[in-house]
Design a protein. Structure first.
Length: 396
């Protein structure tokens, strides 16, 4: 027999007898709280069979492990003002979380090992995502970081193997990405670090083997920016030339193809250690000097190094081309193309674009260009279908 209870008395009197209630009446289906409850205590519903929880904004505090190990809990709506550590830890059936209210942080280990969690909606009041908050949430695909978040602490999204997108708003106030924050997020393909960020700590993006593009956006005065601008690269407003620190091993073992820094950047030794696919770097001259010093193999290799001396001579068109090229290739995530193949693809796309616009192409008539496209298309097909079982990238 399933049961729904409405908690309207202090948690000590109703929650302490929860196991007795379940023993007498069967599975607990849903718990709601009325305005009389302002605190949910330590271990309050731990290991219960609750499936849905709705916590109103009258609750000031949800205690440590309050809903931990609730294996049937699937939906949470929480408007509490403060969350204790590991509140929803190991809720393996949890799929959807909506955090409202005015909490200042997502507590340590809050959603760790929530293996079915696919949807998270975070309130803008959050300023810190604490250590291990989403540790091994292996089904989480997208996370939108609220603008007021200033710190993502160590191991916050550790080994979120399905995570494909981390979205930072234009007016983000993020200052630090902690040690191992996105370690092992193997499905993450691109990262656009906001201009507010000051430090990327050790192993922050290590072993993100699917990561192909890293862009450090220019630091701007957020109040001067047009919130409706569509392109993330174009800098608007007053530039603030504060140096970004990328610590050692920050991207160790990742699959980065292109690293684009559109602001002054200090690279510590071996920040890009074992990034064997790195083919394009566009950064300040001091950053490139530091990279070639700690990675001597970059000199004379296939990697194209392009430097700028000060923010005034940034070549946004060049950066945009590099980014678009890598984003195009990242859509073909199961293949690896060398530089010459990329040139052919860019030429192919250029011809297609000109033909669509009805612009005359040189040398050959339009009918001949269609034949050229057909030939190129047939030639490129094998590039996108590597041999079955081929798991390593070929050397260049």
């Amino acid at each position: 027999m399933a049961m729904t209870i409405v908690v309207g008395t202090p948690d000590e009197t109703i929650v302490d007898s929860l196991q007795t209630l379940e023993f007498l009446f069967g599975a607990l289906l849903m718990v709601t709280f009325d305005a009389k409850v302002n605190r949910i205590g330590y271990n309050a519903f731990r290991c219960s069979s609750v499936t849905k929880v709705d916590i109103p904004d009258t609750v000031d505090y949800v205690g440590v492990d309050a809903f931990a190990f609730c294996k049937t809990l699937s939906h949470v709506k929480c408007n509490a003002k403060k969350l204790g550590a590991a509140v929803f830890s190991s809720c393996t059936a949890l799929q959807e979380v909506v955090l409202g209210g005015v909490p200042k942080c997502i507590s340590a280990d809050c959603f760790q090992l929530c293996e079915s969690l696919t949807s998270v909606e975070l309130t803008n009041s959050i300023e810190t995502i604490e250590t291990g908050a989403f540790w091994k949430c292996s089904a989480l695909k997208t996370i939108r970081i609220p603008a007021n978040v200033k710190a993502i602490e160590a191991n916050a999204f550790y080994w979120c193997v399905a995570l494909e997108k981390v979205i930072f708003p234009v007016d983000s106030k993020l200052q630090i990405i902690g040690e191992g924050a996105f370690y092992g997020c193997i499905s993450l393909k691109s990262v656009f670090l906001p201009g507010s960020i000051q430090k990327v700590c050790t192993d922050a993006f290590s072993d993100c083997t699917g990561l192909q593009l890293v862009v450090c956006l220019p630091r701007t005065a957020a109040n001067d920016c047009n919130p409706e601008r569509k392109h993330p690269i174009v800098s608007c407003g007053k530039s603030v030339n504060e140096e970004l620190l990328i610590m050692s091993s920050s991207f160790r073992g990742s699959g980065v193809n292109a690293f684009v820094a559109l602001r002054p950047t200090h690279m510590e030794n071996e920040a890009l250690k074992n990034c064997h696919n790195l083919s394009d770097v566009y950064a300040s001259r001091t950053a490139i000097m530091a990279m070639t010093k700690s990675h001597p193999s970059l000199q004379g290799s296939h990697t194209r190094l392009k430097a700028w001396d000060n923010p005034e001579n940034l070549n946004m068109a060049l950066a945009g081309r590099m980014i678009r090229e890598v984003l195009f290739l990242s859509s073909r995530s199961h293949c690896y193309l060398d530089r010459h193949q990329r040139y052919w693809i860019c030429a192919f796309m250029y011809i297609v674009r000109r033909l669509k616009l009805g612009v005359d192409l040189p040398v050959l008539p339009k009918e001949m260009w269609h034949m050229v496209l057909s030939f190129l298309y047939c030639a490129m097909i094998p590039w996108f279908y590597p041999l079955r079982g081929h798991t390593t990238y070929p050397s260049q």
